[in-house]
Design a protein around this ligand. Structure first.
Ligand SMILES: Nc1ncnc2c1ncn2[C@@H]1O[C@H](COP(=O)(O)OP(=O)(O)OP(=O)(O)O)[C@@H](O)[C@H]1O
Ligand SMILES: [Mg+2]
Length: 245
């Protein structure tokens, strides 16, 4: 049998990716119905007199709800990974985006006893990005950092300029990673966490690369991790329009 050509393989891959996306979607809706009904069932049980049976029932419902939440998270991550390609590009002030994101993130960091330090260089260039996708990626990276600091710590969020480019560094004082782990973190579904999807970093990488950027990781066990994202500047006027296409 003749080997399929590269174009044929690409077309097959694209078809499978679309099907997988549709499948994930098909699973999501009934899953949220299950979740919602479990919640209602739990409320019903909470309103009946407590017996050993109702208590056991509640525990079982909680277990199902936790699994539903985990699957919902996995499907969301999968969908954003499958969809990760530059969508609506606009010139974005990264400092402003970071400030807004950190305000939103503050309660979560505080609850985990994580101090967040902002070091924003006011002279960084605007970047042409899909704001929502980039925001979601950076948020995932911040959550990774918090998860690497179970006893609290510090995340520094820094913007700076290298040549024409904007650089965003996320530096945490968390558990860090050994070389073996670092070599796998961008592999889809690689995770060291119970219930982790392992899609956060691959999705972030894909999104950053579709924006013409790069993502690098430096880490040391017991000391912490630095993620460095470099993005090209948004061009002015007609060139920006070209980038948007
Ligand atoms: N800041 C960090 N410090 C230490 N380890 C990290 C850090 N960020 C990522 N990792 C490691 O990389 C792995 C992959 O991260 P990724 O975000 O892709 O998936 P995950 O966090 O495990 O799952 P999910 O994002 O669905 O919760 C993590 O399981 C963890 O081992
Ligand atoms: Mg993650």
């Amino acid at each position: 049998m003749p080997q399929p050509s590269e174009d044929q393989l690409k077309a097959q891959y694209a078809e499978i990716a679309v099907l997988a996306g549709q499948l994930a979607h098909e699973i999501k809706n009934p899953l949220s119905t299950i979740s919602l009904n479990m919640e209602l069932l739990r409320e019903d049980l909470a309103n009946t007199p407590e017996t050993p049976q109702t208590r056991r029932g509640q525990e079982r419902i909680d277990r199902v709800r936790r699994e539903c939440q985990r699957l919902e998270g996995l499907l969301n991550d999968f969908l954003s990974f499958a969809r990760a390609q530059a969508g609506r590009m606009e010139a974005v002030d990264m400092n402003q985006m970071i400030e807004e994101l950190l305000q939103f993130f503050h309660p979560q960091a505080e609850a985990a006893q994580v101090e967040v330090v902002q070091l924003l260089d006011p002279f960084v260039p605007a970047v042409a990005i899909d704001r929502e996708q980039m925001r979601a990626s950076v948020l995932n990276l911040l959550i990774n950092s918090v998860q690497a600091m179970p006893d609290g710590g510090r995340i520094s969020v820094r913007t700076r300029r290298i040549g024409e480019n904007l650089v965003l560094d996320l530096i945490d004082t968390g558990a860090g990673m050994d070389a073996q782990t670092i070599s796998q973190i961008f592999d889809p579904f690689f995770s060291t966490k119970r219930g982790g999807s392992g899609l956060g970093l691959p999705a972030a990488k894909k999104i950053i690369e579709t924006h013409g950027g790069t993502i690098r990781v430096q880490s040391e066990v017991g000391r912490g991790t630095q993620i460095t994202i470099e993005l090209p500047p948004a061009l002015e006027g007609p060139k920006l329009l070209e980038q948007r296409r």
